[in-house]
Structure formats: structure tokens, C-alpha cells
Write a protein that binds this ligand. Structure first.
Ligand code: MN
Length: 445
């Protein structure tokens, strides 16, 4: 029998905590990291009977902004729903989330030419944090009610490498938007891949396995690779893997079964009766879109096409919003400072990028100081020909072997001799001129 070809089908759910001042539905501070447990709570986020939620406008705006950055359609009519489940981290017995009318739908992200479809972006509240101390389980409600954005992709990934690349890009975008730290160690970005395997002939896989709450890109890759292997082995025995939710053991690098996967109807979703539906008008959405910063994708294009950078260098600089802002400021002010000098330095953009990437000049310097150093390094040096000739003479006398090699046609020997002269000159000469003077003396071109 012919061996079947299996294809991994992977989708992602990503939770991102917004860094708004206050929580999603009450006035408590949302800045809970490192705060003493249960100090940022009120009747609303503790789920006391009769306490009423008031939506956080900023959180709604930022969710729309994320949706726009991911090229989604924004639903003109959106609403909150109650998602019911019983667990101690959920004081009300339900989570206020969004079900059938999320804020944003049907977006996409271009991952190196591969289109990753974004199914939805919705807004909900975070749950309390459970701390297991080995004997007891403790609850900290500071996190309960912190605005949480959930981004769901279609199952458009076939490999863990693409997943990792996408997540890295998404993290950069979220940070550019300045709506979250997207810090996985602090838990402000949490990842849940769902993985199944189908044969090439099948339209859809027959089941889905979700891995919960992974907190690093490396672990996501490990968990996915582990699942691909595990599920393929089951399928090869002509069995079907269980539809379930699994956890990830970081120490063993393995996933383990947690519970049977819920279906949407298990949650008994219904519209949140205490919050009126949200209606967004075009004017309001346009106002939010104007807050959109230039995103890395556009910056890379600009750096390559307008500033003359190599793609790889443009990519490196745009990974960090502050670094790319610094680079742009340096680039702009360099011309102001140097006036006519720029004509003599070829490709200023790439030259400045090189100084940054190779750390020839530190980027923690004030921009003015960076530029002074850059000018010193990049300006064409005035070459003192007499001094060069003296240095050439000295170097030729001291390196008879290299001279002989050069005369027998070895090009490396010339490079060596130029290097020696440059050293004598303490760098204060143009390598090209030095090469010419050496050739002149040794009678070759
Ligand atoms: Mn969620």
C-alpha cells in the first residue's frame, strides 16, 4: 500500500492584554503586574450581585485599531455576550466576551507572500489569576477584568516555523500600535495553537486539538512539533486522535491531555443584557484609523525604495519601533548637519544603517552625538600622498614575502599590503589611493 501524505493544519488564538489605565468594565487600575494580590478590585470585577459593567472606551478603540492593522472589516454593529463556564478564576460564573458580532472580522496578514487570514478580533475581560502553591490554590483578582483582545486566525499554517514567524510579526505590530506590552513572560501575550492533521486527499481534518496558554514562541514551536508527531503516529495506526484541549509541559517539551474540548453551545452564550450594543459610525472609525502609526511592513518598503537600504537591514531596524524612529531621526538630521557632505558619501541610508547594526556607534547616544560620530567615520578622508608614499616604502621593505607574492600575481598580497599601510596611516587614508600608490611603486596594476 502506498504511504499516505499527511498535512498539518494549524490555527492560532492569541490573547493580548491591553495596557489601558483602567480595567474593561470598572475603574480599577489595569496595571496589575507586581501589585500585592487582591488590591485592585471592586464589586464589578469581583462579580458582586447588582454591580453593573461600564465598557472602557479606550479598550474598544484599541481593539478597532488592532483590527484595522490586520486589515479586518470592522463590524458597524457589535455587542458583548456572556460566555458561561464554572471555574474559580471567574467570579461571575461567566466571562463578558463577544460571540457572533465581534468588533473585527475577515482580515489578513501577508507572511512572506503567504496570506494568513484573520478570522476575528474580539474584546473580552481577563480572568483572575490562580496560583497553585503545591498545597492550596490561591486566587488573585487583580487581573480579573483587565481588557483582553483575542485574535483568531484561520487554520492557514502548515508548519511550526511559519507560526513562529507570524507570532513574531504580530508582536512587533502590537508594540508599534502601543496598545500592549505583548510581553509573554508577564503574560500580556498568550498563545493557543490548534493543530490537526489531514491526509492530502481529505478536505478537512476530522478532529481538532487545542494546546492552552503557551508563554513563549519557542514553546509554541515545540508544542506544535510534538503534536504533529503524536497525531501522525495515531493516524498511521488508522485511528483518529481525540478532540481535546491539552496543556504543555515546558520541562518535558510534551503536551498532555487536559479535558475534552468544549463546543460553543456548552458555553450558553447570550447577549450581555447590562451593556447596550456598540454602533460604530464611519467618521469614528476614520478617526481611529488616523491614529495608526506607520507599520513595519511600510517602513521596510520605504527604507528599501527611498533610503536605499538592503532588505535584511531594513528588516532588522524595523523590528523595534524606537530603533527605527532613532534611525529616521539620524537620517533626517544627518543631511541638515552635513549640508554638501552627503554628495561625497555614497548611500547615506545604508551607511548609517551599517553603523547602527554593526554597533559602530551606540544608539543610546543623543541623536546629535551619533551624527557627529557618524560624520567622523563616514566623511571621505583627505589623503596625504607624501605620508602614504613614506608608509608604502616602509611596508614594502618590511614585507618582502608579500611583495614577492604580489609580483607573482596574488591579489591577496595587495590586500595585505594595503592593510599594513592603512595601519601605518592609522586609518587616515583612502584604501583606493593606497592601492594605487603601492601598484605604482611595485610597477603593476
Ligand atoms: Mn478568549
Amino acid at each position: 500500500m502506498m504511504e499516505k501524505t499527511y498535512l498539518p493544519i494549524i490555527g492560532l488564538e492569541i490573547h493580548v492584554e491591553l495596557k489601558t489605565k483602567s480595567k474593561m468594565f470598572c475603574q480599577d487600575s489595569a496595571d496589575y503586574f507586581g501589585k500585592p494580590p487582591n488590591t485592585l478590585t471592586c464589586p464589578v470585577c469581583l462579580g458582586m450581585p447588582g454591580a453593573l459593567p461600564t465598557p472602557n472606551k479606550k479598550a474598544i478603540e484599541w481593539t478597532i485599531l488592532i483590527g484595522q492593522a490586520l486589515k479586518c472589516q470592522i463590524n458597524r454593529l457589535s455587542k458583548f455576550d456572556r460566555k458561561h463556564y464554572f471555574y474559580p478564576d471567574l467570579p461571575k460564573g461567566y466571562q463578558i466576551s463577544q460571540y457572533d458580532q465581534p468588533i473585527a472580522i475577515k482580515g489578513y496578514f501577508n507572511l512572506n507572500g503567504k496570506k494568513i487570514r484573520i478570522k476575528r478580533v474580539h474584546l473580552e475581560e481577563d480572568t483572575a489569576k490562580l496560583i497553585h502553591d503545591g498545597k492550596n490554590t490561591l486566587i488573585d483578582f487583580n487581573r480579573a477584568g483587565v481588557p483582553l483582545v483575542e485574535i483568531v486566525t484561520e487554520p492557514d499554517f502548515n508548519s511550526s516555523d511559519d507560526v513562529k514567524k507570524f507570532l513574531e510579526e504580530l508582536q512587533v505590530i502590537i508594540r508599534y500600535l502601543d496598545v500592549s506590552d505583548a510581553d509573554m513572560e508577564k503574560g500580556s501575550m498568550r498563545l493557543e495553537p490548534n493543530i490537526s492533521i489531514k491526509t492530502k486527499a481529505e478536505e478537512l481534518p476530522k478532529y481538532k486539538v487545542e494546546v492552552k496558554n503557551i508563554n513563549s514562541f519557542r514553546f509554541v514551536k515545540q508544542a506544535i512539533d510534538f503534536e504533529i508527531k503524536r497525531q501522525t503516529e495515531i493516524l498511521k495506526e488508522n485511528k483518529i486522535p481525540n478532540q481535546e484541549t491539552r496543556g504543555f509541559d515546558e520541562k518535558k517539551g510534551k503536551t498532555y491531555p487536559q479535558r475534552k474540548k468544549e463546543e460553543a453551545h456548552d458555553y450558553r452564550y447570550f447577549p450581555e443584557p447590562d451593556i447596550p450594543p456598540l454602533v460604530f459610525f464611519d467618521e469614528y472609525l476614520k478617526k481611529i484609523e488616523k491614529m495608526m502609526p506607520e507599520l513595519p511592513e511600510d517602513k521596510i518598503k520605504k527604507y528599501v525604495e527611498e533610503l536605499g537600504l538592503k532588505y535584511q537591514d531594513a528588516y532588522i531596524i524595523t523590528r523595534n519601533k524606537n530603533l527605527s524612529a532613532y534611525f529616521e531621526e539620524v537620517y533626517a538630521k544627518y543631511f541638515e548637519k552635513t549640508k554638501k557632505l552627503e554628495e561625497k558619501v555614497k548611500n547615506v541610508g545604508q551607511s548609517l544603517a551599517n553603523l547602527i547594526i554593526n554597533r559602530k556607534v551606540e544608539t543610546n547616544l543623543p541623536v546629535e552625538d551619533f551624527i557627529s560620530k557618524a560624520i567622523e567615520i563616514l566623511s571621505p578622508k583627505k589623503t596625504d600622498i607624501k605620508a602614504v608614499d613614506r608608509a608604502v616604502e616602509k611596508v614594502i621593505l618590511a614585507n618582502s614575502k608579500a611583495v614577492a607574492d604580489y609580483k607573482s600575481g596574488k591579489i591577496n598580497a595587495l590586500m595585505f599590503l594595503i592593510g599594513q599601510v592603512m595601519r601605518e596611516m592609522k586609518g587616515k587614508a583612502e584604501a583606493k589611493i593606497v592601492g594605487e600608490r603601492i601598484s605604482l611603486v611595485l610597477g603593476r596594476r
